[in-house]
Design a protein around this ligand. Structure first.
Ligand SMILES: NC(=O)CCC(=O)C(=O)O
Length: 255
């Protein structure tokens, strides 16, 4: 998805159109994900006035859509205004339209001034979708392997990653996502925005990676829907082929 900076109405309309397109085909998706800060983009100077108050508009849309179509949603992330400030939050939904999780980005990205305008979340992004344990992290979070490992140790089989990750760091994006999948032997399902915002260009390349590190779907720089089918049976298969979770030596990893 491309994102109109500082224009939530346009972005809500665009997202609704993309969601309708996603469920229109013969094969209905089980779970849908979209990019980071899709409601406002990085309009940080005006983020307090633009952010979704308590995520109300976002939650209403995603809850109604997931219930109407019986799909799971990992709701990208939105600028979310609360009493103490603005957070960067993923709201997730089950097939009945009930909230399945809310995760606010923990690691704020200084290169894009996040720490000056946003507050950092204080809980990890555990999720359960159709009974499958999963996790959520946002963009810069993938540079922190400890967080993905904690989710994996908690049972996560799929890691969802909405992002606004710009050029020229495609190499980092692909390498870090692949590393998180391989080292934790879990699926990584990521969605990165496309388009230009001021002088910043976003390259897209949303990716779905399996627990063996194979890329099973990858987008390009255009706005479009990427679809992938995942076989969750691969998680226990890879984990038994190379039993890293049994071979860990956590007592040696502490400072
Ligand atoms: N929105 C973000 O967190 C961007 C992170 C990023 O670009 C990086 O290199 O890390």
């Amino acid at each position: 998805m491309d994102i109109a900076i500082g224009e939530p109405d346009k972005n809500f309309a665009k997202l609704e159109a993309l969601l309708e397109e996603a469920v229109a085909g013969d094969v209905k998706p089980d779970v849908i994900i979209f990019p980071e800060m899709w409601n406002t983009g990085y309009a940080l100077e005006r983020i307090r006035e633009l952010a979704d108050r308590e995520g109300e508009r976002t939650r209403a849309l995603l809850s109604a859509f997931s219930r109407k179509h019986g799909v799971l949603i990992v709701g990208g992330s939105v600028a979310d205004l609360r009493e103490d400030g603005v957070y960067n939050t993923i709201y997730s939904y089950d097939r009945e339209g009930e909230q399945a999780g809310a995760y606010s980005k923990i690691h704020l990205f200084r290169l894009m001034d996040e720490e000056k305008f946003l507050l950092s979340g204080s809980e990890v992004g555990r999720l359960e979708l159709d009974g499958v344990p999963a996790g959520a992290m946002i963009c810069y979070d993938i540079r922190f392997p400890e967080l993905a490992r904690r989710l994996a140790l908690g049972g996560a089989q799929v890691l969802f990653v909405p992002a606004e990750w710009p050029k020229p760091r495609l190499h980092h994006w692909r390498t870090l996502l692949t590393a998180r999948a391989v080292e934790n032997q879990m699926f990584v399902v990521s969605c990165n925005r496309v388009g230009v915002s001021g002088t910043t260009e976003f390259f897209g390349h949303s990716m779905v990676i399996d627990p063996w590190g194979e890329v099973i779907a990858e987008g390009d720089e255009s706005e479009r829907i990427i679809r992938a089918t995942i076989d969750l049976g691969l998680v226990p298969e890879v984990r038994s082929r190379i039993p890293i979770f049994e071979d860990r030596r956590p007592s040696l990893y502490q400072e």
